[in-house]
Design a protein around this ligand. Sequence first.
Ligand code: ARG
Length: 288
Amino acid sequence: MPVTEVINPQPAPQPAAPRTARPRRLLMCRPNHYDVYYSINPWMHPEKPVDTGLAVLQWERLRELYMSLGHTVEVIDSLPGLPDMVFAANGATVVDGKVLAARFRHMERTAEGPGYLAWFQRNGYQDVLWPEFINEGEGDYLPVGRRILAGTGFRTDQRSHYEAQEFFGLPVTSLTLVNPRHYHLDTALSVLSDTEIMYWPEAFTPGSQAVLRELYPNAVLATADDAAVFGLNAFSDGYNVLLPQAASGLSEQLKARGFNPIGVDLSELLLAGGSVKCCTLELRDRDS
Ligand code: ARG
């Protein structure tokens, strides 16, 4: 047996202090008009039937779970004719109370941008930017502490990354996605705390993989199996990590690092290529 077949694997890095959850304010959209009748990513097969009632039930469970963990959930009304509006993560990016509105790549979703923007205007957000370049909100923008990781390759225009950096005044790091099943950053990478992430390296170009290794040498790395069941489409409050329940390998890794993984079943929403994180937009208000 070669010596490199490790008998004594490296222990998972432990946090200095026990992990604590920070209560968040979230925006979600009940999937009353959810359906799959067009295809803009490889998960979507319009010929497969969708059970909208079951989608609503699974979504309600997710919402109740957030509330039981102490988070506040705001709900935006879904609009008829916009079956993907349930994926609130795409609706905007909110940091320090500033709202970068979303501008969608596909015409099937373009009306969602102004739809979400109107919610922010009604709810007292004053620092709002209607962008020049295409960006799909938190689908491709993931704040990690005071840095923003930004995806491109399928949806968000790379020029939007600079627009976001100037608007938020925070460093934005561009990462390029290469696998069409992982078309948004939040399908390939998830933020666990202000300094920690988990991701699936193969979803990124070699250069972007090197950047992630440089910035986060101790990141949790997902296996291809966990990535394939959308395990990285997760939401973390710093302690509880809500993720698709099929991602059992990731759950084990998270436990070993002191997190509390909670498996969630959103099978009906996976038919459109979405899960936990896609359904969740974090409202990072100025003092949160
Ligand atoms: N059907 C939607 C689309 O392709 C799914 C969006 C999922 N959202 C996300 N944040 N990854 O645009």
